[in-house]
Design a protein around this ligand. Structure first.
Ligand SMILES: *Cc1c(COP(=O)(O)O)cnc(C)c1O
Length: 474
């Protein structure tokens, strides 16, 4: 109170514009006053800064190391896009502002809707879903509503056994039964096997192309025909779009609904739970079912298109994750069509380069060529008692983040490597050398791998406990 009064009385004359009508001379009852010194650590700023900086360095991050986490597209994201997303003009606006004051933000969302249409071939996009899985759920609700509007009762969704776990989970959440379809010996969907499970109960089939083995589903034209002749729809899990930007468009190869993971393909660092964005694109005949909060343009002004009587509703508050949307647009506009295509081509070349250099020393179940990632099996290629998990742990000792392991489920002792387009040949060569060295170590000195990692802040964790009872503070 004393301090406030001092501030009040020391205020220069000209700043006293409004007289404060709150009585600041409040006296607190003695029982509320602290009797002893406050118990906070007495530490210098430099000690605090060093403590937190050193803590941050105990983590793996793209800014410190290679992150070949298959299926996740952990590519380097240009920092300039982060900077733009932090501009006051973007970060200080609020969705409750009158629409005419939000024109700039609306234009950004409108432009991204259009860019995603162009990249995917779809006719309309919603930017509302917050992640890939959320996009799947949105797409499946759209599919459900479409059949309901036609008075058709279709209760089943076909999901290949190579699919990401979110696919069957989203389908179940949307109220469908799941038919799991076994991949053939080449790791892809066989039209013959598809025919066996296709009937009038099937609402849709979900596909990832390239699939999670990193293999392009080359029978897609035939599959699309079978699905559509059956009156069903084809859903595209676009999490692997990084392999095909500017090369194929999902809408052109038969897909009706899709999601894109902006946080994988279009410049948002992700992991640890967010932030993400999973826009959903549809062909024109599904437009009416899209969520609210899409942006339209009329007479050079941008508006919310909330006049949607058949909408599935809102999937999230307001527009979705605006900063992620903004970063995606910056990324797309700064690269342009040609460079987006080159990014995908480079991602595919990099994955094939790593695969070609190591495939004789491990098993690569799905053929000679991969797309932007590949799954390998270490089974039969490691020393006594050594598992894929041990190889992953040993990679940490050499300073690399470990690739995805034990996924896809259809590959025994799986490891999935996705180098992405942002890594140099020199880095890939170093990684390959280390990987091959670890395979040798597993035979010469298996315990080296069993005990790994030894160079990290914590050694081998109890994985079950780590997931169930994580220690989230230091
Ligand atoms: C990452 C991924 C998903 C799920 O995306 P989230 O944003 O993590 O929900 C779905 N399918 C595939 C193939 C993926 O790689």
């Amino acid at each position: 109170m004393k301090i406030l009064n001092e501030i009040k009385s020391n205020r220069p004359e000209e700043t006293k514009i409004i007289n404060c009508d709150v009585d600041l001379d409040v006296s607190l009852d003695d029982k509320f006053l602290r009797k002893t010194a406050i118990n906070i650590p007495d530490i210098s700023e430099s000690d605090v800064v060093r403590h937190y900086t050193n803590l941050s360095r105990q983590n793996y991050a793209l800014s410190t190391t290679f992150y070949p986490l298959g299926s996740c597209t952990m590519k380097y994201n240009p920092t300039v896009n982060e900077k733009i997303a932090k501009f006051d003009e973007f970060s200080s606006v609020h969705p409750y502002q009158p629409q005419h004051t939000l024109q700039g933000s609306f234009e950004i969302m409108y432009e991204l809707q259009n860019s995603l249409c162009e990249i995917s071939g779809m006719d309309y996009f919603t930017l509302q879903p917050a992640a890939g899985a959320h996009g799947e759920y949105t797409g499946l609700l759209i599919i459900a509503k479409y059949f309901k509007s036609k008075g058709e009762k279709r209760t089943k969704i076909i999901v290949p056994d190579s699919a990401h776990g979110t696919n069957p989970a989203s389908a179940a959440l949307a109220g469908f039964e799941i038919i799991s379809l076994k991949s053939d010996e080449n790791g892809i969907v066989s039209p013959e096997k598809l025919k066996e499970v296709l009937n009038s109960d099937v609402a849709a089939m979900m596909m990832t192309n390239p699939n999670t083995l990193g293999v392009f589903e080359k029978n897609i034209a035939e599959i699309s025909k079978l699905i559509h002749d059956n009156g069903s729809l084809l859903y595209y899990d676009g999490a692997n779009l990084n392999a095909v930007m500017g090369i194929i468009r999902p809408a052109d190869i038969g897909f009706d609904v899709m999601h894109i993971n902006l946080h994988k393909t279009f410049s948002t660092p992700h992991g640890g739970g967010g932030p993400g964005s999973g826009p959903v694109g549809v062909k024109a005949f599904l437009k009416d079912f899209l969520p609210r909060f899409t942006i339209i343009k009329k007479d050079n002004m941008f508006f919310l298109d909330n006049d949607k009587p058949d909408t599935i509703g809102s999937m999230k508050s307001f527009f979705g994750n605006f900063p992620v949307i903004l970063k995606a647009l910056c990324y797309i506009k700064s690269l342009g069509g040609q460079k987006l295509k080159e990014a995908s081509e480079q991602a595919v070349v990099n994955a094939n380069y790593v695969m070609a250099k190591i495939k004789d020393k491990v098993s690569v179940p799905a053929g000679d060529r991969c797309m932007h990632e590949f799954a390998l099996s270490t089974k039969g290629h490691l020393g006594e008692g050594v598992k894929t998990l041990d190889v992953a742990k040993r990679l940490l000792d050499y300073g690399y983040y470990a690739p995805t392991i034990y996924f896809p489920l259809i590959v025994e002792e799986a490891m999935m490597i996705e180098p992405t387009e942002t890594e140099s040949k020199q880095l890939l060569d170093e990684f390959i050398d280390v990987f091959l060295k670890i395979l040798e170590e597993s035979k010469q000195n298996p315990d080296l791998l069993h005990n790994a990692p030894v160079n990290t802040p914590v050694s081998r964790l109890n994985e079950v406990q780590a997931a169930r009872k994580p220690i989230l503070h230091w």
